[in-house]
Design a protein around this ligand. Structure first.
Ligand code: RB5
Length: 147
C-alpha cells in the first residue's frame, strides 16, 4: 500500500504522535521524516524532506504539522509537483482532494485540536480527486511552475 510521508517541527511534534496513532490503528503505512522530539528545530528542513518524498513518488501523500501549519505549507509548495493545502476543517480537507488533488495536507497544532486534526487527516486520506473540469485546472496550476 502507498506510504504516507509525515513531517513536523517541534510545534507539531505532539500532534503528529496522535496522527501516527490514527494511521497505525487504520493500518495505513507511513514514513516519518522527523523531527523526532519537541526540541526546537527549523520547519523548512522537515517540510523539504517530507515534500521531496511525495514529489518523487516514494510516498503517495504527505502530512505536515507545525505550530500554525503556515510555514510548513509555504515550504512544501515551493517543491515542484507539490500541492499542499493548509486545512483547519473537514470541508476544506474534502474539497482540496476533490477539486485541487492536493497531495499534501498541512495543519497547525496551535490552531487545531487533536480530535479535529485526526478527522481532517482521515477526510483528506479517504477522499479522491474528481477529475473532469478540475483536471484542466490542475494542469493550468502546475504549468505555473514553468513560468
Ligand atoms: C515555531 O515556533 C513556529 O514558527 C512554527 O511551528 C510554525 O508555526 C511556522 O509557521
Amino acid at each position: 500500500m502507498d506510504k504516507i510521508a509525515l513531517g513536523c517541527d517541534h510545534g507539531g511534534y505532539a500532534l503528529m504522535q496522535e496522527i501516527k496513532k490514527y494511521l497505525e490503528e487504520a493500518g495505513l503505512p507511513y514514513e516519518d521524516f522527523g523531527t523526532y522530539s519537541s526540541e526546537s528545530c527549523d520547519y523548512p528542513v522537515f517540510a523539504e524532506k517530507t515534500a521531496r518524498a511525495v514529489a518523487s513518488g516514494e510516498c503517495s501523500k504527505g502530512i505536515l504539522i507545525c505550530g500554525t501549519g503556515i510555514g510548513m505549507s509555504i515550504c512544501a509548495n515551493k517543491i515542484r509537483g507539490i500541492r499542499c493545502a493548509l486545512c483547519g476543517d473537514c470541508f476544506s480537507a474534502e474539497f482540496t482532494r476533490r477539486h485541487n488533488d492536493a497531495n499534501m495536507l498541512a495543519m497547525g497544532a496551535r490552531v487545531t485540536g487533536p480530535g479535529l486534526a485526526v478527522k481532517i487527516a482521515e477526510t483528506f486520506l479517504n477522499t479522491g480527486f474528481e477529475g473532469g473540469r478540475h483536471q484542466r485546472r490542475i494542469k493550468l496550476m502546475m504549468e505555473l511552475e514553468n513560468r
